[in-house]
Design a protein around this ligand. Structure first.
Ligand code: FAD
Ligand code: UDP
Length: 364
């Protein structure tokens, strides 16, 4: 008999497992994939650490969380500064003085602000109702049309006018010549990849791979006093109220015979004609000398059974459905729900760790 059965070996499950073991608890982790780590999994290809489930950059404002993750790996000083390719022309991201210069030829913050003020007048002082209005209100129509609309509608498969405003607020808008994608105090990539972090977290803990919780649900439940579930919440309740919507991704990897093909780790393709949203060149995250390079194109698709659900689609309808599932989850006395899928939240890695550490108090 285990004290805890943890469903999912992603960052949420692994953080819980590590902390519980530290407190003397007997833990079993089951994972339906053939490897640990969930979406932060990285693997070596041609000497290069490849982010199998999309680019992952660790960033946080919290010293405590930065120290926490640094227990498990050494981090480099990588700063994410993606570029955008719109119909062959390159722009800097996030939206900053370089971008404004490239678009409008403005060279001072006052000139750029004047341009944005003029362009956001169509929204005025009203509270933006959706992503489109929020974007125009933040940076004006030109940037919306060139750098946001095409990318967003490919990524989410829905009109920007039907998406929640908060999604675009993830991106900084700055009146300095600073291409850092994040405002956080701490940022980096673990040297040698993310998988080692989860390996260290799960060191000495029994893990069963290729094991789906639902394949033998009652047998699995019988193994432990308590269950920590980090899979999709609607699946847990057999889609009783219907399915939540997710976006999935198809990753197309290519090995190229050149040491440096795009000069940057992340290039976003912001026009709607190019079917992928971004190309990742992995070696720029954790640099290595090699004559070849590995790139990945990301094609967004609507989630269907059998695919990985990567992004919750947090519009009002799905959030309302999620709340109904959340009510059901409260009645599951020995089960704790957490992580990106069980909470149906667009969590970054640092937020998942913070949430696991907080949830732990009620799990003990
Ligand atoms: P997951 O990693 O999804 O782990 C859940 C695990 O549970 C999976 O391994 C799954 O296989 C397993 N599981 C599910 N159901 C079952 C079942 N029935 N039985 C057994 N096992 C099951 N965050 C950042 O901070 N920076 C970034 O740059 C960043 N980039 C991202 C890019 C992409 C494309 C994506 C999709 C996410 C990105 N994130 C980023 C977010 C980050 O991936 C998540 O915050 C984090 O991985 C969530 O961890 P988790 O454990 O909640 O979920
Ligand atoms: N976004 C955009 N253009 C870009 C990059 C991002 O319009 O070049 C929008 C898009 O809606 C995206 C959101 O900003 O979903 C958040 O971007 P982020 O890079 O944080 O997405 P993630 O890395 O989580 O996929």
């Amino acid at each position: 008999m285990y004290d805890y059965l943890i469903v999912g070996s992603g960052l949420y499950g692994a953080t819980c497992a590590y902390e519980l073991k530290k407190r003397g608890k007997k833990v079993l982790v089951i994972e339906k994939r053939e490897h640990i780590g969930g979406n932060i999994y990285t693997e070596k290809m041609h000497g290069i650490q490849v982010h199998r489930y999309g680019a992952h950059i660790f960033h946080t404002n919290s010293k405590e969380l930065w120290d926490y993750i640094n227990q498990f790996a050494d981090f480099n000083r990588y700063t994410n500064s993606p570029t955008a390719n719109y119909r062959g022309k390159i722009y800097n991201l996030p939206f900053n003085m370089n971008t404004f210069y490239q678009l409008w030829g403005t060279s001072t913050p006052q000139q750029a602000m004047a341009k944005i003020t003029e362009q956001r007048a169509e929204i005025g002082d009203r509270k933006p109702k959706n992503l489109e209005e929020q974007a125009i209100s933040l940076v004006g129509r030109d940037i919306y049309e060139i750098l946001i609309k095409g990318y967003t509608e490919k990524q989410w498969g829905r009109p920007a006018s039907e998406l929640p405003a908060f999604i675009i607020k993830r991106l900084p808008v700055r009146f300095t010549y600073d291409n850092n994608y994040f405002n956080d105090r701490f940022q980096g990539i673990p040297i040698g990849g993310y998988t080692q972090i989860v390996e260290k977290m799960l060191d000495g803990i029994e893990v069963r791979l290729n094991t789906d919780y639902f394949a033998e649900r009652s047998d699995h439940n019988a193994l432990a006093k308590k269950v920590i579930y980090s899979g999709a919440i609607d699946r847990y309740f057999d889609y009783r109220y219907g399915k939540l919507e997710y976006r999935s991704l198809r990753f197309e990897n290519e090995v190229v015979d050149t040491p440096n093909i795009q000069g940057n780790a992340v290039v976003n393709y912001t026009d709607k004609e190019v079917p992928y949203t971004r190309i990742i060149e992995h070696k720029h995250f954790d640099p290595v000398e090699s004559s070849r390079s590995v790139i990945t194109r990301e094609y967004p698709v609507e989630w269907q059974d059998g695919m990985e659900p990567y992004y919750p689609v947090n519009n009002e309808q799905n959030n309302a459905l999620y709340r109904r599932y959340r009510e059901l989850s409260k009645a599951e006395e020995k089960v704790f729900f957490g992580g990106r899928l069980a909470e149906y939240r667009y969590y970054d890695m640092h937020q998942v760790i913070a949430s696991a550490l907080k949830d732990l108090q009620s799990m003990l």
